[in-house]
Structure formats: structure tokens, C-alpha cells
Ligand binder design. Sequence first.
Ligand code: TYD
Length: 152
Amino acid sequence: MSELTGTAAWSDDNGVLPGGCRLIPLMVRGDERGLLMPFEGERNVPFAIARVYTVFGTLPGVRRGFHAHRRLQQAAVVVAGACTMLLDDGREQRRIRLDRPEVLLTLPPMVWHEMEDFTPDCVLMVLADAPYSEADYIRDHGEFLRLAGEKA
Ligand code: TYD
């Protein structure tokens, strides 16, 4: 277990993800008993956490998401298993495979995201800076592109 202790090595080309998304390697606390990893708002998570939800039991072939948020900040981590996140800021698209429980993907507002290729054991945990609000969702990709164009 000791080789997993400490900040995970991460060599992806972080910083060039669409829309200001970032992959943040988190500190894993490990000892002879196993591993522990804290998530703390405004510390290793870059906002105050108001809501946590999990996506799990995703059936084979299912794709979900297909929206952006107007103001909501989120961060996602696979607590178990793996899935792929498509990130789209209206100019470029990028697919990121989330398969490491110690790497947090930040999702700023105005990033269209889709999730796919969930392993059967995948538990995706999402941290958010506000309570659930349907009014914050942009669920039409055409509207998203228009709003993202206005912002640019
Ligand atoms: P939905 O946004 O459609 O999920 P996804 O974007 O992953 O495809 O959410 C599914 C349902 O859950 C929908 O009825 C809204 C509800 N929901 C909440 O009640 N609270 C939440 O925090 C979230 C994320 C969704």
C-alpha cells in the first residue's frame, strides 16, 4: 500500500482541458491499515461544498449528463470503477477517462459534459457548490453553444 501514499503522480497535459477544467491529484493518507482520502471545501476542493451526489449502478451502454451549468461549480471523482467524461466548452472537446480515485476533475460553469463507458462497479461522486436547481441547467446543446459564444 505504501506506494500509493502521498500526492499521486499525474502526468496528463493538465491545464489544457476545455473550459478551465482541471485534474487535481489529491493527497492519499495511507498506512499499514489501508488508505484514506479527505475532500475539504476550499482546501483540496476549490470551492465550499454545498451538495454531494453519487452516480452508480449505471447500466451498460448508458450515456448521461448532456448539459452544462450556468453558475454551478462541480468536481467529480470515481470512488470506484471508471467512466469517461466528455468536456466541451463550445470551442474544443476532450474525452477524459476517470479511473483513479485520487484524481479530482473540476467542472467549472459553462462546460457541456457527457458521461459514458461506465464500468459496472463505477461510483462517481460529484461535489457541488450549491443545492440542486433545475434553473441552473442548460440542457440544449444549441443554446449552450450560443451562450458560450456570447461569453467568449
Ligand atoms: P440528471 O440531471 O438528469 O442526471 P444526469 O445529468 O447525470 O444525467 O438527474 C437525474 C434526476 O435526479 C433528475 O430527476 C434530477 C435529480 N437530481 C436531484 O434531485 N438532485 C441532484 O443533486 C441531482 C444531480 C439530480
